[in-house]
Design a protein around this ligand. Structure first.
Ligand code: NA7
Length: 545
């Protein structure tokens, strides 16, 4: 696999042996945590596998990578002065622009001096007698800490297809989540790309422009809307900045961390022309949330969802000229139940003579060969293969670390039938271990920055509470956790989410338990619940002196 992640030079890292808080990950969560913890007078160290800050936006450098939330909304709210000063360029910023923002934040708060880069955590074990965690790294560092915060991100443990021969291919291979920092030139090359989630959908049009020939291997089609991306105007930026405080409040109270009009009608009660006009407007707006919130029932009622699904199918068929390719690109699962994508010219790309779609449902992948990829139908020859095959989402970055709580209990084993958390923040048996945007919280169903700030604030308030009360540990109770897991499942059961084989359900990783992992109750309602828990003396958590 081509990547420029150099192995860590052992000598250039300053690693403390004892701190108040160890944070794992220097993405948006880890950076804000470090800033807040310092402000509380606590000592903290952040461990980060990459060579700089940015998390998701550090790793995912594939061509065409962009966020699917608008820039002025996908940014920290905790520093109004920074909010006013930073100049966003595009409606949906590119990966380099977001990474530049993350670096700006790191510079502004001088964060890097407490971040140990090029260092993965391998284990974290709780010592019940001392009530501390000992965190170990790949370089044999050992740090003792009172609190451990896993700010490891929901989509950071990348995965490859589970087929034989991955190492046998003689050409170049790339994974979208480990893209070489200097970029890749596909000019004159025959490229094979596996995966049509967001990374595939965003990179396919850009790679197609460059490559001699591109073949896309699709297991499940994506629903994708045109992003209608553009440069932001001076007036737009000024208008947003003038109303930022009200906007931030609205984000916090919204369903997805992005304020939208609240729908009032069922799609089933309107005329065909009214419905088509509303969907057309959402499609033209370039906003995922607009489409899913056009009517009250699109995410909860199959018949209602079918209306939106059929409408998008007709759109796809109006763009893609080859009828068989167009049909293959039409998803059958309910729209919105796998993460929909925002694209720039995705469907149009399939009208090029040098782009081909292979439907893996008709001819499944068999193996990677020396020369390319073999499906059940034939062998395809390539100069380069791109894996846009996603992640072991939400739990992978937690269970990949050997986390052991009280009595040596392993987090991985405890979660073998699916993640079990209280509020997606803590897990019974693991005192003083916090997760940022963990399973059981809205996380990936929301604007991540909004959810990250909420969790970081909540965790820091909890730590401040313990300190002010002379308490040492906080741990989710089994009863509160069981009730929360039941609630998360119950809310998911009211929706159509469980109907799709999505990474929300763990369905993309063979053997992973099929459980709907994020909390579908909405950002605003969830925040109220977390605030209430804190106000009631951390109800559902056991606090000990
Ligand atoms: P995703 O959304 O998980 O997409 C991965 C794609 O790779 C998806 O189409 C998968 O098909 C496909 N895939 C994964 N494993 C295989 C195998 N073994 N064979 C064939 N195809 C496979 O990851 P992305 O990186 O695109 O996006 C992640 C998130 O980033 C996205 O949701 C946004 O939130 C931003 P499947 O659908 O599982 O059948």
């Amino acid at each position: 696999m081509s990547t420029t992640e150099a192995p860590a030079p052992a000598g250039d890292r300053q690693v403390p042996t004892t701190v108040d808080v160890v944070v794992v990950g220097a993405g948006f969560s880890g950076m804000y945590l470090l800033h807040k913890l310092r402000g509380m007078g606590l000592s903290a160290v952040v461990f980060e596998a990459g060579t700089d800050v940015g998390g998701t936006w550090y790793w995912n450098r594939y061509p065409g990578a962009r966020v699917d939330v608008e820039s002025l909304a996908y940014s920290y709210s905790f520093d109004p002065d920074m909010e006013q000063r930073f100049e966003w360029q595009e409606r949906y910023p590119t990966q380099p622009e977001i990474l530049a923002y993350a670096r700006h934040v790191a510079d502004r708060f001088d964060l890097r001096k407490d971040i140990v880069f090029r260092t993965r955590i391998t284990a974290a074990h709780y010592d019940e007698a001392e009530r501390t965690w000992t965190v170990r790294t790949e370089h044999e560092d050992a740090v003792t800490t009172r609190f451990l915060v896993m700010a490891t991100g929901c989509l950071s443990s990348s995965k490859l297809p589970e087929i034989p021969g991955l190492d046998s291919f003689k050409g170049e291979t790339f994974h979208t989540a480990h893209w070489p920092h200097e970029g890749v030139d596909f000019t004159g090359k025959r490229v094979g790309l596996i995966g049509t989630g967001s990374s595939g959908v965003q990179s396919i049009p850009v790679i197609a422009e460059q490559a001699d020939d591109l073949t896309v291997f699709q297991r499940t089609p994506a629903y994708s809307l045109p992003a209608r991306n553009r440069k932001l105007t001076v007036d737009e930026i000024a208008g947003m900045k003038a109303g930022y405080r009200d906007y931030r409040q609205a984000q916090k109270e919204s369903g997805f961390g992005v304020p939208t009009a609240i729908p009032t009608k069922s799609v089933l009660e309107v005329s065909d022309s009214e419905r088509n006009a509303a969907f057309e407007q959402a499609w033209e707006s370039g906003s995922l949330v607009n489409l899913l919130t056009t009517y009250t029932d699109l995410t909860v009622n199959q018949e209602a969802n079918d209306k939106a699904k059929d409408w998008v199918h007709s759109k796809i068929k109006s763009i893609v000229t080859d009828p068989r390719t167009a049909q293959d690109l039409c998803p059958e699962y309910p729209i919105g139940t796998k993460r929909p994508c925002l694209d720039s010219g995705y469907y149009e790309t399939y009208n090029r003579d040098d782009v081909h779609l292979v439907n893996l449902q008709r001819e499944p992948l068999i193996e990677v060969t020396e020369r390319g990829i073999r499906t059940a139908a034939r062998e395809y020859e390539f100069d380069a293969i791109v894996y846009a095959t996603g992640f072991d989402a939400m739990t992978g970055s937690l269970t990949n670390v050997d986390i052991r709580g009280r009595d040596g209990t392993s987090l991985k084993e405890t979660w073998s039938a699916g993640p079990r958390t209280y509020l997606g923040i803590g897990s019974a048996g693991f005192p003083n271990l916090f997760m940022i945007t963990g399973p059981g919280s809205p996380s990936v169903l929301s604007n991540m920055v909004v959810s990250i700030e909420q969790h970081v604030d909540w965790v820091c308030d909890a730590v401040a509470h313990l300190r002010s009360q002379g308490l040492t540990t906080i741990e989710a109770t089994q009863e509160a956790q069981d009730a929360w897991v039941d609630h998360v499942n119950q809310v998911a059961g009211f929706t159509l989410y469980p109907k799709a084989n999505s990474w929300y359900m763990g369905a993309n990783v063979p053997g992973k338990p099929r459980v709907f992992m994020p909390y579908a109750g909405g950002v605003g309602e969830y925040r109220k619940k977390c605030d209430e828990v804190a106000k009631n003396g951390y109800d559902g958590f056991a606090l000990t002196a």
